[in-house]
Ligand binder design. Sequence first.
Ligand code: G6Q
Length: 541
Amino acid sequence: MDFDLAEPHWEELRDYQEQNRFDLREQFAADPQRAVRFTYTAGDLIVDLSKHLIDEGVLTRLVALGEACSLEQRIAAMFRGDPINTTENRAVLHVALRAQPGDTFKVDGVDVVADVRSVLTAMRSFSDRVRQGDWLGHTGNRIRTVVNIGIGGSDLGPAMAYEALRHYRSPDIDVRFVSNVDPAHLVAQLAGADPEATLFVIASKTFTTLETMTNARAAKSWLLDRLGGDESAIAKHFVAVSTNATAVADFGIDPANMFGFWDWVGGRYSFDSAIGLPLMIAIGADAFEDMLDGFRTIDRHFRSTPLERNVPALLGLLGVWYRNIVGHPTYAVLPYSQDLHRFPAYLQQLDMESNGKRVRLDGSAVPGDTGPIVWGEAGTNGQHAFYQLLHQGTSVVPADLIGFLEANDDLGEQHDLLMANLFAQSEALAFGKTAAEVGAAGVSPELIPHRTFPGNRPTSVILAPKLTPSVLGQLVALYEHKVFVQGAIWGINSFDQWGVELGKVLASQIIEELGAEQPDLSHDSSTNALIERYKAHKRRL
Ligand code: G6Q
């Protein structure tokens, strides 16, 4: 079924929303079983959807919409390796990255599992050598610092996971991430690094990305300047993660030190491929395999669970409910876990680059809204920043609150304080505080409107036992598949990203103009003036 808001399934949802009151106070009062009824499990994840503005009627209609959009057939097509990335004619098979020997995933009729496992074996052998001190730098030193140079999908995933799995990292090796073409990033990340003990991982699927190649060249100069200029040092201090062996060799990296992946892995879906190499060096190959098992647990759930209990599908459908029917343009992800502080940034790319699209698969304009604006911050920091708006602002922001039953760090009762805040926020957002309650608490009448909380602000609460490699894999797969579901409902291609091209093309033209003596500027008057101002300042330096 096309994404057509005039289609009966959409109409039914809209009518149902208009005809019913979704008042969480009333609904919880009327149904003592509501929390049980709307709590679901997937792997180790417990997902409480009861504080959403839904009832059985909403979910039934959302599931019917999913069925009408052939959601289950689309899931099957992805797992089958069909070229569902139609604008690039590619399969979308990140689920094959977590395959075990014996699994089968085919692209163009060829099983790719052996290739996936063989890259994992090479990564294991390399990361073991680095971790054990068997891989030595040019001057015989063991590696103490690993610097990953990559951007977008070649940075956000491993950087997020490196933070998330802090507790599982080797204390002997420090991993740093450089992405921005701003020289400040590379310089700051190299501060204090010993060149004799530093290994660079150049992570770029294409090995042509401006930011990454610029930083990689600067890193090469940094190293050679400090190691006497002997080019043979590169083989000991640079490895690559790429699909482009020729460009890797041209850069001077021995192709034997290149870890490959494939065009059926999208950048933002790639951190469980060789793009995860810096993470594997940090946490070890066994923990990395545990993470892959976590991904696989949710893949199996997503592939085989009926939509009514399929957690990624339900989260995706709920997002459609808020975006298209209730009309909320943003949603927040609020991990109650400092180690997950980069998770919102990671999800921003996963969701917004996938579903920030305005045409359908056939090129026609979408008739309604697609991907929401995703944002967030680790709790409790967000509480002291933007939660004011969540509680009392004029915009309603559906939110996912993520927490863990057990801490990785034992500081007595401190984890209780964190979790108390998570539970309290979800309660306060859902039920608020009425003017009568505020008045009854003795607040003076003129302050009552200021201290009233409207409530009815929806949240999911996602609980997991502990932030382990497996649980991280489960969380990421949950969101990968949620994003897939929304793209399928909207009938868009979630797997291309043409929207990032135009700026890149213009930037490459402007780079030449910034370097030229008297460029013939033919932009608009604003852009011309900005370029001229910059060049005039540069001339005075
Ligand atoms: C992700 C995008 C994008 C990509 C970067 C880096 O899905 O494709 O973020 O990952 O542009 O690309 P390279 O890995 O080719 O350098």
